[in-house]
Design a protein around this ligand. Structure first.
Ligand SMILES: Cc1ncc(COP(=O)(O)O)c(C=O)c1O
Length: 482
């Protein structure tokens, strides 16, 4: 049956050369501004042509343009639909009159977009290779509940006070001990600043290290968009630097860069580890130019091979590395706790910025986490999860080799909760991801994390929150969608 289509379209006279342009731009505008909703079926070209008195070829040409731009999706046999995920660059662009464009907003924030793009939340796919999330179903909430009840009992009896904005001493002690035993990160409790996740660490570092419109910051490309966003919001001149199989291409960092941001343990999103050669070159670069390095060690707990290479913070002899850690992966993202192990010269300023930003992190959560680490639960949980994630990763690698041997090449990596793969065929990754989504499978394209177009086509699979059987099923559906 023909779908109902009540959009008013005003077209020039039939003979006009602007007919196609007018039809295409009005349909596109209706999709972007939401009058035509994602998932809605478009009328057949024949019906639309008849109802507007234009030739079917004109409608066919307009549909072809919209299909090519990603606004429409053809579902073999069943018709043409508005795409569920609109092309990012255009759908994200704020329009005059939209709230984010209002002149009462500070000009620097007016057009700012969320780091992962705007757009209505999509329903979660049934089988999701979601990135950046651990399996909270396996978290020992019974232990957490007990420790948190204990923290609450103590808190109820204590004298009310504002605690240290740097973070509770018991938590900083636990973090310093834990990171020095697991990552050989040499820090004392005094060097640790507790933050609301890694993201607040990035934000505070950006505010305290960047001089707006002056400071040049080198970031990995592809890289982690929320880090880039925090730097840009602070006024940094952000320069994307390519990443190869050894990590950030240090030779490509401009001489005037004063901050260099890296994920050396497990490059986000490619997954490679930075080679020792590059680590040494990066530290030498920073030392020679009085620059600093932000080392984002977001999922280093989950390693599936031999001993990891030393952290940059461990190798640093010039007090230039800010080591950022998070409990979002080892525990769960809702905890909103992370930390910076910072050089002594920066600590006071960082704590002041923290106090200006949000005073301090919630005390009860900090007490509970301190006890969780100090009593050995973190180490036990990580050990258990490492075995589980390792199995999932094996299942994913096996599936990629057996079902996509000719089309995908997994990028070698030995850590973390996600895996990336380069496409070996000419298939467009955006189309593959969109088709997979329509089949109930969620995954990502590599270019979603890139600036510009110079990142090879590829896909990214998270395996933290998807079980082994679902990995196999997801890959089978992906194969069909391919
Ligand atoms: C590269 C990278 N850095 C840091 C984080 C941690 O962010 P947060 O601690 O703010 O949850 C993530 C989470 O997905 C990440 O992927």
């Amino acid at each position: 049956m023909e779908p109902l289509f009540e959009l008013a379209i005003r077209l020039p006279t039939r003979a006009s050369r602007g007919l196609l342009r007018a039809l295409h731009s009005q349909l596109r505008a209706a999709i972007i501004n939401g009058r035509l909703k994602p998932g809605v079926q478009m009328p057949s070209t024949r019906a639309l042509a008849a109802s507007h008195g234009v030739s079917r070829n004109t409608v066919l040409a307009a549909y072809a343009l919209l299909l090519g731009e990603g606004y429409l999706i053809a579902r073999g046999g069943s018709g043409t639909y508005i795409a569920e995920t609109l092309p990012r660059s255009l759908a994200d662009k704020p329009k005059a009159g939209e709230e984010s464009y209002d002149r009462r907003l500070n000009a620097a924030w007016r057009r700012r977009r969320p780091p992962f793009g705007r757009g209505a939340p999509q329903p979660a796919p049934r089988l999701s290779f979601q990135l950046g999330v651990p399996d909270i179903g396996l978290f020992p909430f019974d232990i957490w509940r007990r420790l948190s009840a204990r923290a609450l009992r103590r808190f109820a009896k204590a004298r009310p006070a504002y605690h240290d904005p740097q973070g509770l001493l018991t938590l900083r002690e636990a973090i310093a001990k834990h990171t020095s035993s697991t990552r050989a990160v040499a820090c004392r409790p005094d060097d640790v600043v507790v933050t609301a996740g890694a993201q607040q660490a990035f934000d505070l570092l950006a505010r305290t290290l960047v001089t707006p419109q002056r400071t040049v910051v080198a970031v990995e490309n592809p890289g982690y968009p929320p880090l880039r966003a925090a730097l840009i919001a602070a006024g940094a001149k952000v320069v994307p630097i390519p990443v190869d199989s050894e990590g950030l291409v240090v030779n490509g960092v401009p001489d005037d860069a004063r901050i260099i941001c890296v994920t050396p343990s497990h490059q986000f999103p490619l997954g490679t580890a930075m080679s020792m050669r590059r680590r040494t070159a990066l530290l030498e670069f920073a030392r020679a130019r009085n620059a600093v390095v932000i080392e984002d060690d977001y999922d280093c707990e989950f390693r599936f091979a031999d001993r990891p290479l030393d952290a940059l913070q461990t190798l640093d002899r010039a007090a230039c590395v800010f080591y950022v850690g998070t409990f979002s992966k080892s525990l769960f993202p809702a905890i909103r706790l992370g930390f910076v192990a910072c050089p002594p010269w920066a600590r006071r300023t960082l704590v002041t910025a923290k106090e200006y930003a949000d005073s301090r992190c919630p005390e009860l959560m900090q007490h509970t986490l301190a006890a969780f680490i100090a009593e050995g639960h973190l180490v036990r949980h990580v050990r258990k999860m490492r075995a589980i994630y390792s199995e999932r990763r094996q299942a994913l690698l096996h599936g990629l080799h057996s079902q996509f041997g000719h089309s995908l090449e997994p990028i070698p990596s030995a850590a973390g909760l996600h895996l990336a793969a380069f496409c070996k065929t000419s298939r467009d990754p955006d189309t593959i991801v969109e088709r997979a989504r329509l089949s109930g499978v969620g995954l990502y394209t590599l270019n979603r994390f890139a600036t510009g177009k110079n990142v090879p086509p590829g896909l990214v699979f998270g395996y933290g929150a998807i079980e082994k059987a679902a990995i196999t099923e997801g890959l089978t559906l992906l194969r069909r969608a391919w």
